[in-house]
Design a protein around this ligand. Structure first.
Ligand code: NAP
Length: 290
């Protein structure tokens, strides 16, 4: 078997177009354009690239760029004061604190300053709790993007065996909860799992977010399964994922590439969250939907 390849770039473009149309509908309904405040601390080159792309694509979708850049030696109190200011500013629909922040800062305490309704990364305790309870809220962008890919490719989730490798608060845990919310029979693997390949072989839908290049090979994939690779690593020959693409492509039915799979979806879902947040804050949820 040779797997069908999931085109994350195309789906991400579709989501961004939907968001751009949604922004126009918001303006036509008398609302104001969503404002996205990305907050970057320090000069980490990878973070700078991520933030630059988020800003560029938010402007392309018709949003207002309210970016803030602080020096790497900023103290906790100054950063908390900035987040409080953004929280109170009605022009700011969404706040995205680019992680990781420098080690001398308390990231959890910083995220806690972001009001849940502006938490477009879906990382606050309130949004995580709403997800855990299956109630509406802003969802973490990467797992939300994976769910959208699965839906675009009509992958059945109700009643199927789904396995998520990884249990981070950013990816694995919310991914598992989103799949549970769609009635999958769910198993999570992590670093203490005794035989990861054996558990993964059960999966009709396998989502891998372990952060270990090439962790998952053909021996861990059920023939015909859908395999979503969240991992991103810069290797000698460019970007690679957590899945050994060439060998898994021979076994899987549907597979995401790296790059061009999950990656582009993360920013697209950030824009979708920012629009949803703006619509809710402007009291237009009933008129325009989420
Ligand atoms: P993380 O915080 O390091 O979490 C990794 C998870 O994998 C942990 O739960 C860990 O288990 C588990 N794990 C580690 N080794 C394992 C093993 N040998 N077998 C099974 N599970 C194992 O990473 P993350 O933030 O979730 O990110 C995961 C990957 O996705 C990274 O490569 C990251 O770069 C990528 N990523 C991509 C995007 C995107 O837009 N495409 C977005 C975010 C992240 P324990 O809990 O037991 O330690």
């Amino acid at each position: 078997m040779t797997a069908r390849v999931i085109d994350g770039k195309a789906v991400a473009r579709e989501v961004r177009d939907e968001v751009a149309s949604g922004v126009q509908r918001l303006l036509a309904a008398g609302g104001t354009a969503p404002g996205l405040a990305t907050v970057l601390v320090g000069d980490d080159p990878a973070s700078e690239v991520y933030v630059r792309n988020k800003r560029r694509l938010s402007v392309e979708a018709g949003m207002v760029d309210l970016h803030r850049h602080l020096p790497g030696d900023v103290d906790q109190a100054t950063l908390e004061a900035l987040l409080d200011e953004l929280a109170a500013d009605p022009a700011v629909s969404g706040i995205l604190l680019q992680l990781p922040v420098p080690k001398h800062l308390d990231a959890d305490a910083l995220v806690a300053r972001i009001p849940a309704e502006k938490d477009v990364d879906g990382l606050t305790t309130l949004n995580a709790g709403l997800l855990a309870q299956g109630r509406p809220g802003l969802r973490p962008c990467t797992p939300a993007g994976v769910l959208r890919l699965l839906d675009e490719y009509d992958v059945a989730l109700s009643g199927v065996e789904a396995v998520v490798v990884g249990r981070s608060p950013l990816v694995g845990k919310p991914m598992a909860q989103l799949l549970l919310g769609r009635h999958a029979t769910l198993t999570t693997c992590h670093s203490r799992t005794k035989d990861v390949a054996e558990v993964c072989r059960r999966a009709d839908v396998l989502v891998v977010a372990a952060g270990i290049p090439g962790l998952i090979g053909a021996d861990a994939v059920k023939p015909g399964a859908t395999v979503i690779d969240v991992g991103i690593h810069r290797g000698e020959n460019g970007l690679v994922g957590d899945v050994r693409y060439d060998e898994v492509a021979e076994v899987a039915g549907l597979l995401t590439p790296v790059p061009g799979g999950v990656g582009p979806m993360t920013i697209a879902m950030l824009l979708a969250n920012t629009l949803t947040a703006a619509i809710a804050q402007q009291g237009l949820l009933e008129e325009l939907g989420g």
